[in-house]
Design a protein around this ligand. Structure first.
Ligand code: SF4
Length: 523
């Protein structure tokens, strides 16, 4: 039988919501389309309610769009993705299922196993999730080939240069535009006095409101659905991109690391959830960004910083995920074992203003920007010695744009130095960094310049405790070793006082009452 005549079902994962992906046939007559609401995945963690609304609303909007174009579409609500596909296959008499490689390691394995055992009821034709027709710029094997060439040490910076040269984005012949690969030096400004432009609003339509009503009643989840304001369609995601390029992009460059109390997005785009759902694809986002720079609408430093997030960090971390799974879940280089503190779920349970505001941003919106994630919420967990998988699960549950492929390498690799293979040093910082990059400290009940005493900023004693505990690692790292000189210059009494201050603080830290069990591969 010719391949074209095999009755085919196309499985569109809730992260594959784009017409150009290979899991959506060009011709509606090529087969039926199935989208699945997986109960097990939805219940695997106490996901933020806005994240559930976002995923379900985007999925149902996409299904409607396909239906309107004449596709035979079914959305099923089943215990797992595999069960949903099986029921659809049976109902439509399909003999083949076409899908993109799932973004999650566990789901790929379970679908492959179900196809092999006959449980899926059809052969499984997984198409690459990168390259043409994929969700990423590179196929997995292309990243592997690049990584193999690097030997034992591979870094995002060299990957980013490789990607710029490969795609020709922001290049001037063989040289980077403006003579430098990175404009980070210009892009680390503290918060300005001016306010960012107003954000566009994405008022929930009837379909989104129906889903909000459903999710509001679901027990065991975090956050409120009220205030939901995320792009749920491609049209809205493109509007967000246009708004960013026209109004916020210029400020994104210099202020991308800045933090302001009560400000939830500053000059950041709100595109990462839409990108990770497939509502927009990285190539079109980067091409529009480079176009805005070429037309003089976006400064080079802003364009470069934004492009680096997408073709550098996003693509690099996804490559690492597949390279390091499943061992990455177990990585714990610093042997950290503390339970996640309660304030990550309940911001009111800390009086540290930076942490309270960052955790509250996540509670209100399912979002905090990259420096709040890395240098406040992640940095605290690193210094306090929180077990990596606990923070990782929190990120996965709490952030609207988090999936295992992105949060695991970010948390284990970047924030907690649990897998040291791809960062040059732990991202540990004292209160001085937070003070420089935010307006948090002025009104905090703690004093950022003090290391000991009742009002001393806890980040300071925790930072020096971290340096003392990991002195062997610090001594070997040229970017950190000078810190040991400072530590050793202090008297034994001073050092002891700092360590006691840190231990006293940690003794008073309340752990989260978990109350959930999590299966990484649920769904
Ligand atoms: Fe955070 Fe310390 Fe600044 Fe308070 S003083 S906001 S705890 S860094």
């Amino acid at each position: 039988m010719a391949a074209q005549s095999i009755p085919t079902a196309f499985f569109v994962g809730p992260w594959d919501l784009h017409r150009d992906l290979a899991c959506v046939p060009d011709d509606p007559a090529a087969g039926s389309v199935v989208l699945v609401e997986s109960v097990a995945k939805g219940q695997a963690l106490p996901y933020h309610r806005q994240k559930l609304v976002l995923v379900l609303s985007a999925l149902h909007h996409f299904a409607r769009e396909l239906e309107a174009e004449g596709y035979d579409v079914e959305v099923v609500h089943t215990p797992t993705y595999g069960e949903g596909i099986r029921r659809h296959v049976e109902a439509r008499g399909a003999e083949r299922v076409v899908a993109l490689q799932p973004r999650e390691w566990g789901l790929q394995r379970s679908l492959e196993a179900a196809a092999e055992s006959g449980e899926l009821g059809a052969e499984l034709d997984l198409r690459p999730d990168g390259g043409e027709g994929g969700h990423f710029l590179l196929r997995r094997e292309e990243f592997e080939a690049w990584a193999e060439e690097q030997g034992s040490s591979f870094r995002m910076d060299s990957f980013y240069r490789f990607m710029r040269q490969r795609e020709g984005w922001l290049m001037d012949g063989d040289e980077p535009e403006g003579g430098r690969w990175s404009f980070d030096q210009e892009n680390r400004q503290p918060p300005p006095d001016e306010s960012p432009p107003d954000l566009p609003r994405y008022e929930p339509d009837d379909l989104t409101r129906e889903i909000m009503a459903r999710v509001r009643e679901w027990p065991g989840h975090w956050g409120e659905v009220d205030g939901f304001d995320w792009p749920v369609t491609r049209e809205q995601a493109l509007a967000e991109l246009d708004h960013f390029l026209e109004l916020r992009g210029e400020g994104f460059g210099p202020y991308q690391d800045a933090m302001v109390h009560g400000e939830r997005f500053l000059w950041h785009s709100r595109l990462s959830p839409a990108l990770n759902l497939g509502l927009v694809l990285p190539r079109e986002v980067v091409e529009r960004t480079v176009g805005a720079y070429r037309e003089g609408r976006l400064p080079l430093a802003s364009a470069e910083g934004f492009v680096r997030q997408i073709i550098g960090w996003r693509e690099f971390l996804r490559g690492l995920y597949w390279r390091r799974m499943p061992e990455l879940r177990e990585a714990n280089h610093l042997q950290a074992s503390r339970l996640l503190p309660a304030f990550y779920w309940q911001p009111e349970r800390t009086d540290m203003r930076c942490l309270e505001d960052s955790a509250r941003a996540v509670l209100e919106t399912g979002y905090a920007h990259h420096i709040q994630r890395l240098m406040v919420l992640g940095n605290f967990a690193l210094l306090a010695g929180v077990e990596p998988i606990q923070l990782s699960h929190w990120f996965w549950a709490a952030f609207v744009d988090a999936y295992e492929w992105v949060e695991l390498p970010n948390v284990h690799g970047m924030a907690l130095y649990a897998d040291p293979s791809f960062t040059t040093k732990p991202y540990a910082a004292s209160g001085a960094y937070i003070d420089r990059m935010s307006n948090y400290c002025g009104d905090c009940r703690y004093r950022v310049k003090e290391r000991t005493g009742e009002n001393a900023c806890p980040f300071n004693s925790l930072f020096w405790r971290f340096i003392a505990r990991h002195r062997d690692l610090v001594a070997k790292n040229p970017r950190m070793s000078a810190l040991l000189g400072t530590w050793r210059r202090w008297s034994e009494e001073q050092r002891q006082e700092i360590l006691e201050q840190a231990e006293g603080f940690l003794d008073g830290l309340e752990p989260a009452e978990h109350g959930w069990s999590f299966e990484d591969d649920a769904g």
